[in-house]
Each structure stands twice: as C-alpha cells, then as structure tokens.
Ligand binder design. Structure first.
Ligand code: DAH
Length: 466
C-alpha cells in the first residue's frame, strides 16, 4: 500500500491542496509519474482523488520529493491538531444559492439570501458580537478546564450541505418531519441549508477525535421573540480509543457539560432529562433552573455505533452534544428578542465587547402594531384535488410575511381556526405583530405592508383570502 511506501511531510488546506510526499524507502529513480487510486485515512480518497498524478519534482539518490496538486479537495480534511479550515467565502455560498434559485425544489427565499449577503461574516465570528462572545467562552472553557482533550474548532464550514450529511449520515428516518420542504430550506434536490451543526459530524469524525463546530443553521419555523429562520449552534464531539465502558463515556460527557453550565451560568441548579435523538443512544438534555424556570440548555448523548462504523471508527466510542448559541446568549445577556442579534443599530452593537458577558440595556421599545389576516386554507374538496401540490403549511405563511415585512415582523400567531360545517372548508386567522427595533412605524407604512402581505399571500400560497 502507498501508505507504507510514503510518509508525508506537509499538507496545506486551501481549495488547491499541495502535499510533499517522501518515500520511506528507496524507490527506483526512474521517475515515471505514479497514478494514485486509494489512500488510507486521514488521507482518504477524498483528498487524493482517484487518478491524481504524482509528478516528481526533485530526485535524490534515496528519496524522491514529489509534489501533487489537485483541486476540490474535501475542504474539511486538514492536518491533525492544527486544523485550519479554508474560510468560507460568502460569495461562493451566495453564488450557489443564486444559481440554484430556479431549481424546482429550491425554497430558499430572497430574505435569507439577503441576510447572508448583508453581513461581512457570520454572527458567531463577528468581533464583539454576543454570539461570538458565547462561542469563544465555550471554546475557552474546554481549553482551560479540559486541556488534555484538545478540541479542534471549525467555525467557517459552509452552511450548504448535502441531504446525506444533514440527515442520512445521522440516521434521521426517511419520513422524519424535519426533512420536509415545510421545515427545511432545500437548495436543490440533494442539498440543503444545514438545519443543525450535527451535519458535519460524520465528515469530521474521519479526521479528528475531538472537535467543536459552530455555525449558522437554517429552519423554516414559527415567528416570535425566540424563533428566527437563521440561528447558530455549536456541536461538540469527543472520541475515545480502546476499551471504555458506556458508563464512563456518559460520566465524562455529563461531567464536562455540567462544568460548562457552571462556567456560563454560575452556581445554578441542574437536572438531566432523558431524550431522544436519532444520532445518539442513550440521549439526554441538560436543564438549568434560571430566572424561576427550567431552561433546556443542550442535547447530547453517546454517538450511535453505526455513525462511528461508517466513519471507519469500528473500535472507538464517543459522545456528542449540540447547543443553540442564541438561546444561551438571550439568557446570559438578557437579550429579549432574537431579531436584536441582527441589529446594526449602534445602540445594540456598541454594548458588547469580546470576552465579557454583560447585561443588555434596552433602549426605548417602539410601539407594536397588530393586524389580522384570514384565509381559507383548502377548497373543502378531497385532498386529491391538490393534484400534486403541497398542502398548506403554516410555515409557508410565516415565510410569506417575513418575505414582505422582513425584520419588521415581531410575531405571527394563529388566533383562530375553524371548519365550515356545511362546506368542510378550513379557515385560519393570524395576528401579525409589526414592530421596529429602532424606529417608530407609521400607520401608513403598516397599512401598506399589510396590503402587500395580502397580495403576496394571494399570489403565492394555495389559499383564498377572506
Ligand atoms: N442536532 C440537535 C438539534 O439541532 C442537537 C444535538 C442533540 C446535537 C444531541 C448532538 C446531540 O450532537 O448528541 O436539535
């Protein structure tokens, strides 16, 4: 095998990867190019693509230094222990989203693309931003309190992942609701905007035994003070070699995460709750008693055997956890509305500095404006009359409102739902709360928005306005 023939000296990570490979024993100095077909981990076939040609560049009596160049290397595969990930070029993400926008399966709205486009960097890596402050304080906790683990950090992985990475690799069942078009943003048939940072678990398991992945994640969801279609998560994974019992793994996991909660929240009461995630077994959630209520902080568990096997780790065992950065930051910084994280108003941004968790001082809250909208959500005829069209889902309406009103929409609530006993038709009435974070909205402006919402809904959803 080539792995016995060569020892590698350097690799560098960029779109173009170069590796100097030195033979470990004398090779014939007749330097015909060598075709590579397979390489062993961590230099898997993803890195050296089948058929890549090694061209010798230096010939010395007992060694040949060869340099290979190839493009499109799997971007996550880098040197152990000093992992540098090629930073995500936002323009590339945007160009994929742009070019796939007419694909039949694409349901990524312009408002999402706009959000990515408007920021120079993702919020969790923006200096002096609460989400970045929380991320670094979690990374620092592991670094200082558990220095022997040596987590690799990945903060710049592209949010566009395959359906396989986001769902299949994590053993999420084919009929799981999270796979549906009403819950997930599809770029095309095979790619999604990741719905969780767990999407990178399987790939990174192939090269790292302990890692943290933070990133922006995307879900079609409700609209209220704690839900926003883009939010941020951190995933953590630790792999153990050799004979470790499941009990030891669970103890290590719980001890590490309890320490994290204490570091973030101070001396709080905590409890472990049994949970279910397709990718861990057993699975748990950690809750803390904070501000008079039990608050779920994170999910975690022992990584499923099959996930490890699929990554080539047939003997190893490990744990994983996942947490939402907004959820923690809203509590720790007392940030009352999730939209504030996106604010560019200096009254928000100037309040925070790196490495310090401080309470947000609210500036005047502008008055809200409520508007109702009602529509029939079906024709009352049998579902077959939809002729292959997707039935109405509340998330479609939420997104329509978001598309028209952007961050001026604070909340969308279903306030009434009834079925006409004669026709069997179903009707929904929603209350939309409009409010700006940084200015007064005029009546004229809101009326205009509401009219546009009605028009947009009538034109784009399978409903009939009342
Ligand atoms: N991916 C889960 C979510 O988005 C969070 C999670 C739970 C991650 C358990 C994990 C885990 O790694 O073990 O809700």
């Amino acid at each position: 095998p080539l792995s016995q023939l060569f020892s590698k000296s350097t690799t560098s990570c960029s779109r173009m990867v170069r590796a100097n490979i030195y033979p470990t024993r004398a090779l014939s100095s007749s330097v015909t190019p060598i075709k590579i077909s397979v390489f062993s981990r961590p230099f898997s076939s993803n890195v050296i693509r089948n058929g890549a040609t090694i061209r010798p560049v230096t010939v010395r009596p007992r060694s040949i230094s060869t340099q290979i160049s190839f493009t499109e290397a799997a971007p996550f595969l880098c040197q152990r222990r000093c992992i540098s990930y090629p930073s995500l070029r936002r323009s590339e993400v945007l160009s994929v989203l742009g070019s796939a926008s007419s694909h039949l399966s694409n349901n990524v709205p312009a408002s999402i693309i706009d959000k990515i486009e408007r920021r120079e960097a993702a919020l969790h890596v923006t200096p002096n931003h609460p989400l970045s402050i929380i991320r670094t304080s979690i990374e620092n906790y592991w670094k200082t309190k558990h220095p022997s683990i040596k987590f690799d950090s990945f903060n710049d992985l592209s949010p566009i992942v395959s359906v396989k990475q986001n769902f299949d690799d994590l053993l999420i069942p084919q009929d799981h609701v999270s796979r549906s078009q009403s819950d997930t943003y599809y770029v095309d048939d095979t790619r999604v905007l990741r719905t969780h940072t767990s999407a990178h678990q399987s790939d990174i398991l192939k090269l790292s035994k302990a890692f943290l992945v933070s990133g922006d994640v995307y879900r079609r969801d409700e609209i209220d003070s704690s839900h926003y279609p883009i939010f941020h998560q951190m995933e953590g994974v630790r792999i153990f070699d050799g004979e470790v019992s499941e009990q030891d793994i669970v103890s290590d996991l719980k001890e590490g995460l309890e320490g994290l909660a204490l570091t973030l929240f101070g001396d709080v009461e905590m409890r472990w709750v049994d949970a279910y995630f397709p990718f861990t077994n057993p699975s748990f959630e950690l809750e803390i008693y904070y501000g008079g209520e039990w608050l779920e902080v994170l999910g975690c568990g022992v990584v499923q055997r099959k996930i490890l096997n699929d990554a080539g780790l047939v003997k190893e065992k490990g744990w994983a956890f996942g947490l939402g950065l907004e959820r923690l930051a809203m509590v720790l910084f007392s940030i009352p509305d999730i939209r504030l994280f996106w604010s560019e108003d200096s009254r928000f941004t100037s309040q925070f500095v790196d490495e310090k968790v401080t309470k947000f001082i609210p500036y005047s809250k502008y008055p809200p404006c409520l508007k109702d909208i009602s529509f029939w959500i079906d024709s009352g005829e049998a579902a077959t009359s939809l002729q292959g069209r997707r039935p109405y889902h509340a998330n479609d309406f939420n997104e329509a409102v978001r598309t028209v009103a952007g961050d001026l929409v604070e909340r969308v609530e279903l306030v009434d739902s009834f079925t006409n006993p004669k026709t069997g038709r179903k009707s929904h009435c929603y209350r939309i709360t409009y409010r700006s974070m940084d200015r007064n909205l005029t009546n004229v402006e809101i009326d205009d928005l509401q009219t546009k919402v009605r028009e947009f809904v009538a034109d784009n959803l399978e409903v009939e306005l009342r």
